[in-house]
Structure formats: structure tokens, C-alpha cells
Design a protein around this ligand. Sequence first.
Ligand code: IMP
Length: 202
Amino acid sequence: MTRPLDADRLVVASHNPGKVREIGDLLGPCGLTVLSAGDLGLSEPEETGTTFAENAAIKALASARGGNLPALADDSGLTVRALNGAPGLYSARWAGPDKDFRAAMERVNNEMGDAADRGAAFVCVLCLAWPDGHTETFEGRVEGTIIWPPRGDKGFGYDPIFQPHGHTITFGEMDPDAKHAMSHRADAFNKLVNACLAHRAS
Ligand code: IMP
């Protein structure tokens, strides 16, 4: 991180109150007051990027400029090696307007066919942006294997077909606390919080 985050307020570029609360909790160690893009009446930009980092930057910059404060956005998804990274950016869109993740998981399995390489990763990219256009990016990943049929109903999205390396259960079968401790989101937020704390200590 090349620029210290010395503001005491941060905009979270989301209109989802649950997500904003969760991000506020994850940023607790940084001592920041978190506001949401929804609270500030900021509109949601179209996610026209071609990478997770581009989409996170589009969202973070729109909120930073609109709110005239540093802003944080995330973008995440499942990348499957045998599918050249798909569904990737389109992870949510593969489930369609009805958010049918059973169908999205079936599509992953069907498109993989009998591929020998079952490797996949969940990726989370965080972008911290300032009103002057400066950005800092933090990427978190968790590597694993795509399994079929899906197992477990504790998670969301693609969790039932993702078995993290070193485990014999899927994210869908895992206790939420255990998943949250090792997830792509945890990895990205740890990197961001550690960078903030390192700057404050120096
Ligand atoms: P978002 O853009 O971060 O809200 O997430 C994009 C999509 O990625 C979600 O709708 C899910 O399909 C997928 N995704 C991201 N993180 C996870 C996860 O932890 N488990 C399962 N699916 C996930």
C-alpha cells in the first residue's frame, strides 16, 4: 500500500446493508467509521470491467468521487481452471435473474465434462479508491477442487461444489465461522487491514 489511509471515514461502495455491516466489522481494527453508498444516495455504476480488479475499481472510484471520501469496493467470484477462469466475473450472472445457483452449478459441471483438472479458486478483489483517482488493490484467494454432486446447504452461491484444498468437506458443509476464517474474502481483508495497521504504526 503506497498511500496511507488516514481518513476516519470510509464509504463502502454497496447498497446492501448486510454487506456494509459485515465490511464494517471486518475493518474494525482500522478504527474507521463506515458509511454506505446507499446512505449517501450514490448510484451504482455499471460493472463494465473485464477483470475483478477493474470492476472493483469502477465501483470504488464512483463512490470515492461521489462521496468525496476514500471508498472501498469488492468484486468476487469462482474461477475454474478447466473453463479458462469462467464463470469468473460472470459468477452471479450465470445464476440468472432468479439467482438459481443450482442451475449455475450444473452449468459449471456440464461445461467441465470429464476434464481431469478439477482445480478452481474463489477470488476476492478489494479496491480502495480516493477522490483524486488513486487506487490500491488487495487480492484474496482460496484454492480448491470442483466436486459433483453438490454437498451441503450452509453456504451460498457455488459453495456446495467447492472443496477447499486440505479439507474433505465443501464450503457448503463447513461451519460458517470456519469458512469465514479461511475464505478469499478473509484473505483480502487481512491484507487490507494489515496494510492499514502497518501504516498507522509507522
Ligand atoms: P459479489 O460480486 O462479490 O457479490 O459476488 C459475485 C458472485 O460470486 C456471487 O453471486 C457468487 O455467485 C459468487 N461468490 C462469491 N463469493 C462466494 C462464496 O464465498 N461462496 C460462493 N459463491 C461466491
